[in-house]
Write a protein of this length. Structure first.
Length: 298
């Protein structure tokens, strides 16, 4: 199937997508694009007022000729019962779930040594367990018998995630979960993939970090080979591609949408120190010491 035939309006007609965190930032851009392509969209997250306001705004993305709808359903993905009820409500209202986008998530910044057990658990429960809850309920409730596509949003944690150890661990786990589910659920015709965004600016993402939000996003700019931040509208096309039939032979993959950020240098500064264990004695260490002595004479 050619790309041009896939990305026409109406491709996703009568299909149904559940997008967690679909009311803000990256999730909202994904929903806007899916609605333009004719897909019905269910947005699910915790803050009811923000969710409902987003649904009203997203309705504007629907072409006049389209019958696509957007439905807000409050849900905390950390809570298994709320996720079960989300899936049941969607099936009652739409009768199917073709796509699940696990986008809801986040974290706070903290050196690992200062993270409380509660804070660690909050981030693991949100990003790892929340994603698992949604995958499992959508699979058992619909995709096991009917097929479908799951897309997990993770993060640039490929070199670890200093300053956000909890989310690095959770997202690496979701990368692995993506591969496992791609195999376990292949026989149901379910494809499972992930996208790892670079640093993506949106007002809501920045506000999550309160006073230090502007600084975090501004200081990230030099660490991108693009020398600018991404925006949610640069993630949503990749999501739509991976959901679409154009990606019919792609499963178990993680696509980095980061302008090469993950290949470049990390933001964490290591102060000069002499705490590292000494290298073993021998001719190589002696030669190294000679080199350092001669360097200091230069
Ligand atoms: C290092 C620089 C790199 C820059 C790259 C930037 C890349 C950006 C990546 C993004 O993902 S941007 C998207 C940001 N959006 C979000 O994070 C939205 C969702 N986030 C949240 O809801 C929270 O961050 C949360 C922690 C995941 C959940 O918060 P919630 O309030 O619902 O959890 P609780 O169950 O109440 O427990 C909170 C518990 O967690 C600890 N904690 C929370 N915030 C902080 C904080 N700012 N500092 C320290 N600790 C925090 C704390 O233990 C809380 O318990 P209590 O103290 O409140 O009892
Ligand atoms: N922006 C960036 O640079 C990057 C973002 N990401 C990830 O992309 C995803 C989207 O982030 P982004 O759009 O940037 O930021 P936002 O803060 O705008 O989006 C986070 C969304 O997740 C929802 N959410 C958080 N916790 C829960 C929960 N327990 N249950 C249901 N929904 C929840 C929030 O809604 P509510 O609070 O109402 O529940 C919100 O809509 C997140 O997983 C984020 O960590 C990954 C890499 C980089």
């Amino acid at each position: 199937m050619s790309v041009s035939s896939v990305f026409r309006s109406g491709l996703f007609d009568h299909k149904v997508a559940v997008v967690t965190g679909g009311g803000t930032g990256i999730g909202k851009a994904i929903c806007s694009e899916l609605l333009q392509l004719g897909c019905n969209v269910v947005i699910a997250s915790r803050k009811v007022e923000r969710l409902e306001a987003a649904a009203i705004e997203l309705k504007k993305s629907i072409p006049e000729s389209s019958s696509a709808r957007v439905t807000p359903i409050p849900c905390n993905i950390r809570n298994e019962d709320e996720v079960k009820s989300l899936v049941q409500l969607v099936l009652k209202q739409y009768g199917r779930i073709d796509y699940l986008v696990n986008n809801g998530g986040g974290q706070f910044t903290s050196p690992a040594e200062h993270m409380s057990n509660k804070g660690w658990k909050a981030v693991i429960d949100t990003n790892l367990t929340g994603t698992f809850n949604c995958c499992k309920e959508v699979y058992t409730g619909w995709m096991k018998e009917n097929g479908g596509v799951i897309l997990n949003i993770i993060a640039d944690m490929w070199k670890g995630f200093p300053g956000m150890a909890h989310t690095g661990a959770a997202r690496a786990a979701v990368d692995n979960l993506t591969k496992t589910l791609a195999i376990e659920w292949a026989s149901s015709g379910v494809r499972v993939n992930a996208i790892a965004p670079g640093t993506i600016f949106s007002r809501t993402a920045m506000e999550n970090y309160k006073d230090i939000g502007p600084l975090i996003f501004q200081m990230s700019i030099p660490f991108s080979p693009a020398k600018r931040l991404g925006v949610p509208e640069e993630i949503s096309p990749a999501v739509c591609f991976l959901l679409s039939p154009a990606a019919s032979f792609i499963s178990g993959a993680t696509l980095r949408v980061d302008a090469g950020q993950s290949l470049y240098h990390a933001t964490w500064q290591i102060p000069d120190h002499s705490a590292w264990p000494e290298a073993p004695e021998g001719e190589n260490l002696n030669a190294l010491k000679d080199l350092l002595k001669s360097k200091s004479k230069l």
